[in-house]
Design a protein around this ligand. Structure first.
Ligand SMILES: Cc1ncc(COP(=O)(O)O)c(C=O)c1O
Length: 387
């Protein structure tokens, strides 16, 4: 922590002693000019790299025309982005907000209203999930460490076990209105749901008239090698929550609701001042256009190579318990607290993060190539060798 930079902040983040001054593509530069390979992307936000030229140019152009008009007025850029997102997913309607938590909050409210006529309000989420820090999304988050000291929490949330369908069935009641799931848990330790499990959830939801909500805040926008992670599994959620990389670093969230459920909200039921602001939408349009087939192919191709290399390194060091993930959302579980590894990576010019204390998490930009993977592996090997 650098005291002079933190003197006016609440103690919520324990920041690293580095000041980044510039970002370009997959690299960050600190104020001493040291270069870092960024395999963190500001928590899977700058998926297209830092200061992507097309996005910069689009924002620059828009910033000289109009910034904000509120949601009381139409704007073609908002509509264009909504159109593009629907085309990438399924027929439905969108609510734009500013963040991941807000995109989930919107889904929770919609589910509550959906169930209000039949007195259904319970939502099943999963242990180790993460859905945000507002009171409702915090409650949806299935990790006690985030709940501690913030009670009373929001009523009506229950927590099942990922990939255990009986644990879900045992929580279903006449009051269940929705199931919310990250197709690959991010903050929970990079834990993918299985196809069979998600198929069973879909069946349960169809049978019980229950909404299936996918939290794709971290998994969306090419991260896993498809535009959205749900596209790996051959099933369709009723609601997709998105944020993070949707505008490559400008604040934007979106909740996409299947056409069937798009009349639940009425005028005035939900709102936001900044949500879907024009600059963020302009960035979002470029993001969606840039994540094309070629980019997704690159993600799958490089990811295959990354997993191969990580598994080779796993065979070398017995303290590596597991390598897991999908696409470029990768976790490496160690059998010890991995914070020190993250610090050493920073010293060596590689930015990564740790989740659940012992899982190294890699979220590189979608534009990396095999050479970047080699660079990352070289640094990891050097650090692991000294442990
Ligand atoms: C899966 C998931 N959902 C929701 C959120 C909350 O997003 P935000 O921090 O933008 O509110 C996060 C943030 O890490 C997340 O990973």
């Amino acid at each position: 922590m650098i005291p002079e930079y933190n003197k006016n902040f609440l103690k919520t983040y324990k920041r690293f002693d580095i000041i980044f001054e510039k970002g370009s593509g997959k690299y960050l530069y600190d104020r001493k000019g040291k270069k870092y390979l960024d395999f963190f992307c500001g928590i899977s936000v700058c998926n297209l790299g830092h200061c992507n030229k097309k996005i910069v140019s689009a924002i620059k152009k828009q910033s000289e025309k109009l910034w904000h008009i509120s949601n009381y007025f139409n704007h073609p850029k908002q509509s264009e982005l909504a159109d593009l997102l629907v085309k990438k997913t399924f027929k439905g309607k969108i609510f734009f907000s500013n963040s991941g938590a807000e995109s989930i909050e919107c889904a929770i409210k919609l589910a509550r209203k959906f169930g209000s006529k039949t007195n259904r309000y319970e939502i099943i989420s999963f242990k180790n999930s993460f859905h945000g820090r507002t009171l409702a999304t915090l409650t949806a988050t299935g990790q006690e460490k985030f709940h501690k000291n913030f009670g009373p929490l929001v009523k009506g949330f229950k927590y099942a076990t990922l990939n255990n369908i009986n644990s879900v069935k045992s929580l279903i009641s006449s009051k269940t209105v929705a199931i919310i799931i990250e197709p690959i848990q991010g903050e929970g330790g990079v834990n993918p749901a299985t196809k069979e499990f998600l198929e069973c959830l879909r069946t349960i939801c169809n049978t019980g008239n229950i909404l299936l909500i996918f939290d794709e805040v971290q998994t969306g926008f090419g991260r896993t090698g498809n535009f959205f992670a749900f596209q790996h599994f051959g099933i369709k959620p009723d609601i997709i929550c998105m944020a993070k990389s949707i505008a490559n670093g400008l604040p934007l969230g979106a909740t996409l609701v299947d056409e069937k459920f798009s009349n639940i909200f009425d005028f005035g039921d939900h709102g936001t001042t900044f949500g879907g602001n024009i600059l963020s939408c302009v960035a979002g349009i470029e993001v969606v256009k840039l994540i094309d087939k070629k980019m997704l192919f690159n993600v799958r191709n490089v990811a295959g190579y990354f997993f191969k290399k990580l598994n080779e390194i796993k065979d070398k060091y017995e303290f590596i318990k597991e390598v897991r993930g999908v696409g470029l959302m990768v976790g490496v579980e160690l059998n010890f607290d991995a914070k020190e590894v993250v610090e050493k990576c920073l010293e060596e010019g590689l930015v990564i993060s740790v989740v659940q204390n012992n899982v190294l998490r890699f979220l590189p930009p979608l534009i990396i190539n095999k050479k970047d993977v080699d660079e990352c592996i070289k640094i990891l090997d050097k650090i692991f060798f000294t442990l």
